[in-house]
Design a protein around this ligand. Sequence first.
Ligand code: BTN
Length: 255
Amino acid sequence: HPFLTCRRFGRNILYHPLTTSTNIEAKALAAEGAPEGSVVAADCQSGGRGRMGRSWVSPPGVNLYFSLILRPAVPSVRVPQLTLLVAAAIHQALCRHSSDLVAMIKWPNDILADGKKLCGVLCEMQSEPDCTHFVVVGIGINVNQSEFPPDLQQSATSLFLESGQLFSRPELLASVLNHFEPLYDAWLLEDDLGFILPYLEEHALLQSKEVTIDQLKRSVRGTVRGISRFGELKLESAEGETILVSSGEAHLRSS
Ligand code: BTN
């Protein structure tokens, strides 16, 4: 792979013109023992999946859909931090390839430009019979898509629509892996996300904003004061209390 400069990730890339979902495929391969760093990529997905049980519309010929297999030897409570770590790596790769792109990281897993979604990350962890676990990091980036269906026009965009440039998909895929591998290696040696927090906060869409976080059974409101070392969103409630939120879907509140 001519664009790969990292040592381990992407040495083994399985490419499909069409698959149901690269995450489903990668989980099956990981369960059969595929090594860390293996990647499943597809031109088109017939059943692309997003967070919260949503679907991820995956038309052919224009975008990136891929999944990376990881086997982090860390306690499983640390695994959710990977989503933000990957988002930082994707953000770095996108900015590197399009210098005038203003992309922001939306906690915990999206990259937006112009208030619209450019990229989503879906991390799925699975325990193995020997008590270890693997993680499949699914990444969808809207690259050269020039049109979105009417129901997505307000909420989705692509690198092409934001920059007017067409991008090489293999080059961008390699660039994400090249940026992610050193961050992942650093994260394995550290206890938390402390080393990347300044970057995450500098490019955080929600910083200082009033938000509602929808969780499965409740929703939480507050003003965003940052991200904790463990990847939680730090909110300040109307009463001035600090609330740490570890998961959920963030909505900006218009004041
Ligand atoms: C989200 O924002 O809800 C996450 C979207 C993740 C989409 C990617 S595309 C490649 C991989 N395969 C899937 O089925 N989903 C992820």
